[in-house]
Design a protein around this ligand. Structure first.
Ligand SMILES: [Zn+2]
Length: 246
């Protein structure tokens, strides 16, 4: 029997947390959210908990401004949940959003000379010219560097603009998808792409994907069987295969 749409989304948020933790995209910190399937002004995100141990009962429903829908929700919440509200507010087509501190990506968030490029085919989705958001530009020199309110979340979403990913200077990145699989599949390869680029730079000149290749990758259906193959495998590998299905 099929589960209802809300249960499906909550389970998918759990699966996404576990896959991203298992693949070192998220560690003790970082989080992943999904827009509500029936109400575009709400989203689902875990309570403040490390992604590798998130369970279905940990998923909390939020208004876009970061307020829990249930006024009796008293559990600690992620300080940086405003990242997701900012993104979902600005990008109606985006259904899933994540925030990561993956170490392999960080050098590209602070380099004054070298940009993160798509260098492996699986990551063409990030496009050419990943923007970098610097909280200092608008919010000054004394922030904690965390995105702790909607003004900061909206500013970050403005930097992301129509891209799939934005770096956050000295902090991490935000990435988005049209579906949860679209996001998770791309995100698994973001640190791997960063490692390949860094290693290639040690060898000298390197060849990133061309504009034409990036455009062609963007035409792929994120829900096509070939693009979804990883979701099932990674879920089982992460110990949440029982949450797959209808
Ligand atoms: Zn963060």
């Amino acid at each position: 029997m099929s589960v209802d749409a809300i249960t499906r989304v909550k389970r998918d948020v759990v699966i996404a947390n576990r896959i991203l933790a298992r693949n070192d995209v998220l560690d003790a910190y970082g989080h992943v959210a999904m827009r509500h399937p029936l109400d575009s002004q709400r989203y689902f995100l875990a309570r403040s908990l490390s992604p590798a141990i998130v369970e279905e009962e940990d998923i909390v429903e939020f208004h876009l401004d970061g307020t829990p829908v249930d006024p009796n929700e008293k559990r600690p919440l992620y300080l940086e949940r405003f990242i997701h509200g900012g993104v979902f507010e600005k990008r109606p087509e985006v259904k899933a959003s994540l925030h990561s501190h993956a170490e392999d990506v960080l050098p590209f968030s602070i380099s004054k000379t070298t940009k993160l490029r798509a260098v492996i085919h699986t990551i063409g989705d990030i496009g050419d010219g990943v923007p970098t958001w610097d909280i200092r530009d608008k919010f000054g020199d004394g922030t904690t560097m965390l995105v702790t309110n909607m003004a900061e979340g909206r500013d970050l979403a403005g930097c992301l603009d129509c891209n799939r990913m934005a770096l956050m200077r000295g902090h991490g990145f935000v990435a988005v998808g049209r579906t949860i699989n679209d996001l998770v599949r791309m995100a698994v390869y973001i640190p791997r792409n960063a490692r390949v680029q860094m290693n290639a730079m040690r060898l000298g000149d390197y060849i990133p994907l061309s504009a034409g290749e990036i455009a062609a990758r963007a035409t792929l259906d994120p829900e096509a069987p070939a693009m979804k193959r990883g979701w099932e495998f990674w879920a089982k590998e992460a110990g949440v295969g029982h949450l797959l299905g209808d």
